[in-house]
Ligand binder design. Sequence first.
Ligand SMILES: Nc1nc2c(ncn2[C@@H]2O[C@H](COP(=O)(O)OP(=O)(O)OP(=O)(O)O)[C@@H](O)[C@H]2O)c(=O)[nH]1
Ligand SMILES: [Mg+2]
Length: 296
Amino acid sequence: MKSGFVNIIGRPNAGKSTLMNALVGERMSIITHKPQTTRHRIMGILSGPEFQIVFSDTPGYVKKPSYKMHEAMNRFVEGTVEDADVMLLVHDVTEELEDDNPVFQVLKDCTAPVILVLNKKDLVQPQRIEDVAGWWRKRAKITEYTGISALKGEGTAELRERVLSYLPEGPAYYPEDQLTDRPERFFAAEIIREKIFVLYDDEIPYSCEVGIESFQETKTKDGVPLARIFANIYVMRESQKAIVLGKQGLAIKKLGTYARKALEDFLQTRVYLELTVKVRDNWRDDDRSLQRMGYQ
Ligand SMILES: Nc1nc2c(ncn2[C@@H]2O[C@H](COP(=O)(O)OP(=O)(O)OP(=O)(O)O)[C@@H](O)[C@H]2O)c(=O)[nH]1
Ligand SMILES: [Mg+2]
């Protein structure tokens, strides 16, 4: 039996969550085209007859934290260095190469093997992969590299094999059927947040947090299973509340419909969803709020 912890880090939007979902084979972490989608460390557990890999998806490492939530996100990433058996450093090959990439700093303290995962190879010529790999190898301690497309699932099975080859002998840390360390309501909140990222522009996605007020599994009058979910959307200011609600409540109605459908898909049951928008003054910079929201 082989087992271990495999931590996925990189800059925002590199494709870390897409990769974790592909490696685990489940839709777990939310994915959007906007950077800074993931805000927490989220485990995805892959168990086989002779192995267990505990992946961690992490927030994109923010170069210049603008508020305390960013600092918390960066701390989640820094914490992954300590407990990694293998590091997956994900880099988007379409991105410019930055000599001041803040991920270098994180990697300096890393003693685990680092696999450089050059993602989005579907968007570039093969030579670009070699060039980018060469650039990284001059600047960081890279054990090996591979070009993949997490989106298309190209190279992900091979990557899983490479990861396994580095894992030590060890027991399964979690029951075989456990997929993650997070409860269902965490994912319910994440799914609502994903739809906020998709439907709203500018600063709104970055100003919202979702909290599940209650989550009840019941039945309809006809005995059909039904999840009743009451969720709060926290914004930072009154003016943002007006935007989230929209004219005559149209925007939040659309959000509710999108989120309910996604929740029904995820939970495989009918869902009744009620969304309430609340102002929690400048929550991104407020220690107490951040603590209640699980950032500290
Ligand atoms: N073309 C292409 N797009 C990809 C690939 N992998 C991910 N993407 C896209 O890149 C965007 C970001 O993907 P995510 O998985 O959310 O990236 P992330 O690194 O988790 O981002 P943060 O959570 O914001 O740090 C999404 O629009 C994905 O569909 C890939 O292999 N090819
Ligand atoms: Mg992510």
